[in-house]
Design a protein around this ligand. Structure first.
Ligand SMILES: NC(=O)c1ccc[n+]([C@@H]2O[C@H](COP(=O)([O-])OP(=O)(O)OC[C@H]3O[C@@H](n4cnc5c(N)ncnc54)[C@H](O)[C@@H]3O)[C@@H](O)[C@H]2O)c1
Length: 250
């Protein structure tokens, strides 16, 4: 029996990853700060052994959640550090609060998850961690100053942690999606629309037109890449896997 710990499991990419691992017979520990959404969205998924309401930026609470997940799943071998937040800002407009929040959740929260995994998974057969970076590991995007810098940090921690944890038998890779159709992106477009930026359908159409494949990514496609890195890619470590429909290939 193999257990996987997935953060940000109540929505979007994390929820799709829960479905994918569970469909492959894994025992899933699903963690999210939003307890209500966890209960509501995961109720019908077989294979979920633990619903853990936890803030990844709280290291002590996260360590307790990992211990609980390890017990309830029968033993974790894979960790998916997926939870993250977005805010729109530029180098000129970012506030101290926004910068602090983005760093605390996306960087400190991901480091916390990685450190818990590094301790718990050491020496376990098939041990793997999948971090969640983005296309912004490779390109800059105006209006994403704070978010982009956190995703660049996650790309860098992937490389160094992969080297540092190889001797413990733990692979560390990152998935780097471009626009995925999730509540995170829906909120970005809704906020832009409310601020007078036009209608939401036109924004999606403009977004799709940016992609060589002519469309954005589905949560299931992002979860496929996570599953590949976490469960199948046994000779990959330190990799940044683009899931971007060709967006950053040019
Ligand atoms: N959607 C995209 O286009 C896209 C592209 C590239 C990377 N990503 C990354 O993928 C990840 C998932 O994004 P999504 O689009 O599915 O977002 P989402 O908003 O749909 O889901 C994110 C989940 O993380 C949870 N979360 C937020 N802060 C948390 C915290 N402190 N502790 C625990 N859980 C927390 C939320 O409650 C939510 O359920 C994020 O790291 C995001 O940056 C998303």
């Amino acid at each position: 029996m193999k257990g996987v710990f997935i953060t940000g499991a109540a929505s979007g990419i994390g929820l799709a990853a829960v479905r994918r691992f569970a469909a492959e017979g894994w025992r899933v520990a699903a963690a999210d700060i939003d307890a209500d959404s966890l209960r509501r969205n995961l109720a019908d998924i077989d294979g979920v052994d633990a619903l853990l309401a936890v803030d990844i930026s709280d290291r002590v609470a996260l360590e307790a959640a990992f211990a609980e997940a390890d017990r309830l799943t029968g033993g974790l071998v894979c960790v998916v550090a997926n939870a993250g937040i977005h805010a729109r800002n530029t180098v000129l407009t970012i506030t101290d609060d926004e910068l602090d929040r983005l760093l605390r959740v996306n960087v400190v929260g991901t480091v916390n998850t990685l450190r818990c995994a590094a301790t718990l998974l050491a020496g376990r057969e098939g041990a793997a961690v999948v971090l969640t970076s983005s296309d912004q590991a490779f390109i800059g995007k105006p209006g994403n100053f704070g978010y982009g810098l956190t995703k660049g940090a996650i790309a860098q921690m992937t490389r160094t942690a992969a080297l540092e944890l190889a001797a413990r038998g733990i692979r560390v890779n990152a998935v780097c999606p471009a626009t995925v159709d999730t509540p995170l992106v829906e909120k970005i477009f809704a906020d832009a629309s409310a601020a007078g930026g036009g209608d939401i359908d036109s924004m999606w159409a403009e977004e799709r037109a940016l992609f060589p494949l002519g469309r954005t990514c589905t949560p299931a496609e992002a979860a496929d890449a996570i599953y590949f890195l976490g469960a199948q890619a046994t000779f990959c470590t330190g990799s940044l896997l683009k899931v971007d429909g060709g967006l950053t290939a040019g």
